[in-house]
Ligand binder design. Structure first.
Ligand SMILES: [Zn+2]
Length: 402
């Protein structure tokens, strides 16, 4: 009977024999039709089956560009300026190439579902990045779920937004906090979302000041329009500045509006708070309070080695680890935020129900969140999507990796 590492990408597993689940039980996990043949029954002794990971907020069009920049940004505004400086050289094929490499990195980490925002640049062909990522979405549809969100800037004219919708965008996105009139921009985006029937995922309150609170305005508008469960708010950094009573009242409205929140600890830590010389704020949405308020919370990596975040591994377990360290969740909540939380935000069935699994060497939940290290096998609908095994040799005695 083969072990998980005997399988190549594209091969399908019917049963994982003797695999340990997160609840501690060792079981035979049936993924498909056992009559497919003996070779599809896999000996998973010594392996732990997790739900596949998800990435609720990426920027595939920007990924892997950081080394093109001559200087490092030190704020969100400067990162935006630096990206705009790169745009003349950003072509459709360039986007496709980097997005594909980034997607392979996410897949190897265990991601089978990803939502990416994509710029609609003001100069040149406004839809070149979007078309490249939409083509990639369609090309990998049998292996990964990719949701594409055009990132509408306050300067994007309505006909361009409508053209993006016609191209096949899955949702609409935007950045109201960067508009001169954030409330008017939120209204404009909600109008288009309502007219086109597309859900909305907005970068919301990605700032460390209280010159407004877009999320409160968004929740009020969602309730007034009856758009519950159609809207995601990403970032929500400003919430970390609110005194407890105002925070509780805001979160109650967000919960009532069924707005999901995507927290993005790594990019927030990278971009925010750089103008503080001491007592630097963490700038992370208050995850604990949001969970207690009954809000669906997912966590993502946001940018991947671009002007908005110079580092990152495209690994949701890195995000989960940051949630434990920087947002003070417990490891289980952190894992949920990059698994079940993502699937809920993306409107997908639970990963285990569709045989999207991540296999790692058997270890504790905390060890997984810290970074399972040596080996990963990723299954999408029971079919091997990726496998990784680190060949590490040291002068010390180490336990063998299964
Ligand atoms: Zn973003």
């Amino acid at each position: 009977m083969p072990d998980p590492f005997a399988l190549r990408p594209g091969e399908t597993v019917a049963v994982l024999r003797n695999v340990r689940r997160l609840d501690g039980e060792t079981v035979d996990l049936r993924l498909g039709d056992e009559r497919l043949g003996d070779e599809r029954i896999v000996d998973a002794t010594g392996w732990l089956a997790l739900p596949a990971l998800g990435e609720p907020h990426a920027h595939l069009d920007k990924a892997l560009t950081v080394d093109r920049a001559s200087t490092r940004p030190n704020s969100l505004v400067q990162a935006v300026e630096q990206w705009h400086g790169m745009l003349p050289d950003i072509t459709g094929p360039d986007v496709r190439d980097r997005a594909e490499r980034a997607l392979a990195q996410y897949a190897a980490a265990g991601v089978t579902a990803i939502r990416t925002h994509v710029d609609v640049p003001p100069d040149g062909d406004a839809l070149r990045c979007l078309r490249a990522v939409l083509e990639l979405r369609d090309a990998v549809a049998d292996r990964m779920t990719v949701q594409v969100v055009p990132l509408i800037s306050p300067a994007t004219p309505l006909p361009v937004i409508e053209a993006a919708v016609r191209e096949g965008a899955d949702l609409l996105g935007g950045v109201p906090h960067l508009a001169d009139d954030p409330a008017a921009e939120t209204t404009r985006l909600l109008d288009v979302a309502e007219r086109t029937g597309l859900p909305l995922d907005l970068h919301t309150d990605e700032a460390l000041n209280l010159h407004g609170l877009d999320l409160a305005d968004l929740a009020a508008q969602v309730l007034a329009r009856g758009l519950q469960q159609r809207v995601t708010a990403s970032h929500c950094v400003r919430l970390s500045l609110l005194p407890p009573e105002r925070l509780a009242a805001t979160l109650a409205k967000v919960a009532e509006a069924r707005i999901s929140v995507v927290v993005l600890p790594q990019t927030n830590l990278f971009l925010q708070g750089r103008d503080h010389r001491h007592s630097v704020p963490r700038a992370i949405a208050p995850v604990r309070m949001m969970l207690d308020a009954g809000i669906t919370v997912a966590a993502g990596g946001d940018n991947l080695r671009d002007p908005f975040n110079a580092v990152g591994r495209g690994d949701p377990l890195e995000t989960a680890s940051l949630l434990v360290a920087a947002a003070h969740t417990d490891p289980r909540e952190a894992l949920d935020a990059v698994t079940t939380g993502v699937r809920e935000v993306l409107g997908l069935p639970p990963a285990e129900d569709v045989a999207d699994l991540l296999l790692v060497p058997d270890q504790s939940l905390t060890a997984v969140v810290a970074g399972p290290g040596d080996a990963r096998v990723v299954l999408r609908a029971g079919t091997v999507l990726a496998r990784t095994r680190v060949d590490r040799v040291t002068g010390l005695t180490l336990q063998e990796v299964p």
